[in-house]
Design a protein around this ligand. Structure first.
Ligand SMILES: Cc1ncc(COP(=O)(O)O)c(C=O)c1O
Length: 382
């Protein structure tokens, strides 16, 4: 079997249309039909054969095809089908549009996904329940949406448990696995029906593109999702898919380094928490002891975690004291970020900071946190 790193470089070679080693930026929105008149078919006869041959970029284009093939071949496996979108939220919107549940059980997690669910409630009277509610309210065709590891904490939930709860009622399980893409975890092994990713994060990895992906084992679902995507206009753009292809070449190196950096930084902070007067808690799956966490995160923990400080004022100031963590939203890039999360999430504690760990030298990241936490110890809080 070919290794991930090799596959990420060569898994899309068969789709190369030119000899260029680097896939060219491809800006055409339209593609010439076959020169041979005998091969031309009217739309009604072409039927659902809309996957594969690019003819209009809202449907697909050479670089979006390459991204899908590469993610399928190298990252998710050829028993899966990948549908790429122009953002993570477009992917979630597409999944809900396609499954069209009457009841959606949705847990904590990215506030934007709750925003999308609220649009469905407005348009279709979708009933929303939480993951703690009675799942007997779910019936055939309904959906449980689970984010694991969850944003912003980076703690994990038991996928098998939620898959069973969904399946015994004929409902489906969507797992938003943005925080721990393969090879860190594979939600399909634990019963997910659809896996979604904000590819803006680790797959993109350079904070310079927006993209999303849905992954399913069901080819028929892929065909329907691609038909919907054509009408919704949510295919990934030309330039973004060029950048995403570039990013995927180094994906294995980045995700493994980011994951081990995060685990080391969390370990350091956890073991030294008594040394830092202003640090009151650390959240991350590497600090969880449940067996399912070990079973799920077999390839490593999420490169994103959260800390809780003793006071809101300190949480506001800490980012400005760090040298190697930009104060910015988002996650997954090679550069470390920290965010006073209350600036973008109305539901979150004002003492919480989310940390996205990059690929910098781990000793530098630890030293940076040490000096920043120490520098705030004598700040007055009321
Ligand atoms: C867990 C999770 N899901 C989905 C999204 C949405 O992705 P995008 O910003 O690519 O639309 C985000 C964005 O932060 C996220 O963290």
């Amino acid at each position: 079997m070919v290794g991930l790193g090799t596959n990420l470089i060569h898994g899309d070679d068969s789709l190369s249309r030119v000899p260029d080693v680097v896939q060219p930026i491809n800006v055409s929105t339209t593609y010439r039909y076959d020169d041979d008149p005998d091969k031309l078919r009217i739309a009604a006869e072409r039927g659902d054969e809309i996957i594969g041959v690019p003819y209009y970029s809202r449907l697909s284009h050479p670089n979006s095809e390459k991204v899908e093939q590469l993610l399928q071949e190298a990252v998710f496996g050829n028993d899966k089908h990948v549908i790429i979108y122009n953002s993570g939220l477009s992917a979630f919107f597409a999944a809900l549009t396609f499954l069209n549940p009457k009841v959606l059980a949705i847990g904590k997690g990215y506030h934007g996904c709750h925003g999308i669910a609220n649009i469905f409630t407005r348009l279709t009277h979708l009933k929303q329940i939480s993951l703690e509610d009675d799942f007997n309210q779910l019936s055939k065709g309904d959906v449980i949406h689970l984010e694991t590891p969850v944003n912003p904490e980076g703690t994990a939930f038991d996928i098998n448990y939620f898959a069973n709860e969904a399946h015994k009622r004929g409902a489906y399980l969507i797992v938003d696995a943005t925080f721990a893409p393969p090879p860190l975890q594979d939600p399909f092994l634990h019963g997910a029906d659809i896996v979604m990713h904000s590819a803006t994060k680790y797959f993109g990895g350079h904070s310079d593109l927006l993209a999303g992906a849905l992954i399913t084992k069901n080819l028929n679902w892929k065909e329907k999702l691609v038909s919907d995507r054509l009408l919704l206009g949510t295919n990934i753009a030309n330039l973004e898919s060029f950048f995403l292809l570039r990013s995927l070449r180094t994906y294995e190196l980045r995700i493994l380094k980011q994951s081990s950096n995060a685990e080391n930084l969390v370990k350091y902070l956890f073991e030294n928490i008594n040394q830092y007067k202003i640090l009151s808690n650390i959240y991350h799956s590497s600090l969880q002891n449940e067996q399912f966490v070990k079973d799920q995160l077999t390839g490593g923990h999420s490169p994103t975690f959260s800390i809780l400080l003793t006071d809101e004022k300190l949480a506001r100031i800490l980012p400005s004291k760090l040298k190697y963590f930009h104060h910015a939203t988002s996650l997954g890039g090679v550069e470390s970020l920290i965010e006073w999360r209350a600036m973008s999430d109305t539901e979150i504690s004002t003492k919480l900071l989310r940390v996205s760990v990059g690929i910098e030298n781990i000793a530098d990241l630890i030293n940076d946190f040490h000096q920043a936490l120490k520098s705030l110890e004598n700040i007055e809080t009321v």
